[in-house]
Design a protein around this ligand. Structure first.
Ligand code: ADP
Ligand code: MG
Length: 272
């Protein structure tokens, strides 16, 4: 019997009312997306700004409900059983804003432990262990406002892991980080996905990151799923198409699938 997928979306559509308010002119952030995320490893959602990546992650995290279709996280329906889903996931959707800057790193983790009903002793031990994992032991008792962006992002990761969730959900985990800090976060994610059979679901508009980190990539464009495969398989398919000379890249895959280059598509939505 195949393992239960970590996440399954079945024809998921999510609309937002447009500012004009007329129903016919709703914004369709996700448009009939079906996909499954297998348990274990790192799954990447790739696409330009406005593609629907954050909306998909908020739906999986139970922060939004689908307009149509349904979503299961480890077999639990996000709409019927959100509390059960929330116990099994850890999400960082707000980047370094996901932690309290006026608290220390350790206090952030103890507070998160309390929210998950961990006994204080258990939370304290867990905090020590996570601080070590994200290399913040030396700075554990400094206020987060003194941290660098990379340190805050690593703390946000630790905070999402306090209750040892089976699924970790991260929105653009390296956005705004310098190359060194981004590399540290990627190393951490690879280690997290390697041990314990945890599943990591990330959104990124960084092709290189998706290529290096993710076992499977879903490409979203304007709310639609345009491809889903291993990065090397996507590139191999392109090679078979003989559309490119030289080594194919995911950028070339995106171009072939959508007729636009990712960087050209990656403009802020207008009107903003
Ligand atoms: N709360 C909201 N209200 C109205 N429109 C929204 C809302 N959230 C997202 N959108 C719109 O949905 C589309 C997809 O956005 P988003 O999921 O943030 O894309 P991405 O994360 O890939 O950049 C965009 O057009 C965005 O403007
Ligand atoms: Mg986004």
């Amino acid at each position: 019997m195949p393992l239960m997928p970590a996440v399954a979306l079945e024809r998921v559509t999510r609309r937002f009312p447009s500012r004009g308010g007329e129903r016919g002119r709703d914004i369709v952030a996700l448009d009939g997306v079906s996909l499954t995320v297998a348990a274990g490893g790192i799954f990447g959602l790739l696409g330009p700004n406005g593609a629907g990546k954050t909306t998909l992650l908020r739906l999986v995290s139970t922060l939004l409900v689908p307009s149509r279709g349904r979503i299961a996280v480890m077999g639990r329906d996000t709409r019927r059983d959100p509390a059960s889903v929330r116990r099994r996931i850890g999400a960082v959707l707000g980047g370094e804003r996901s932690v309290y800057w006026r608290l220390s790193g350790r206090e952030n983790l103890l507070y998160a432990g309390a929210l998950h009903d961990l006994p204080f002793r258990v939370a304290a031990d867990r905090a020590d262990e996570l601080l070590r994992l994200v290399a913040l032991t030396d700075r554990a008792d400094d206020l987060v406002e003194r941290y660098s962006s990379g340190m805050r992002q690593r703390l946000a990761l630790a905070r999402a892991l306090v209750h040892d969730p089976a699924l970790l959900i991260l929105d653009e985990p390296t956005a705004g980080l310098d190359p060194q800090a981004a590399a540290e976060v990627r190393t951490l994610l690879a280690a997290l996905a390697r041990d314990g059979g945890r599943t990591v679901l990330i959104a990124t508009h960084n092709l290189d990151e998706a290529d290096r980190l993710c076992g499977t990539v879903a490409i979203l464009d304007r709310g639609r799923l345009v491809a889903l495969d291993r990065p090397d398989a996507l590139k191999a398919r392109l090679r078979a198409d003989e559309r490119t000379g030289g080594a194919p890249t995911l950028e070339a895959v995106f171009l072939a699938l959508t007729g636009r280059s990712l960087s050209a598509a990656d403009q802020p939505a207008w009107p903003p």
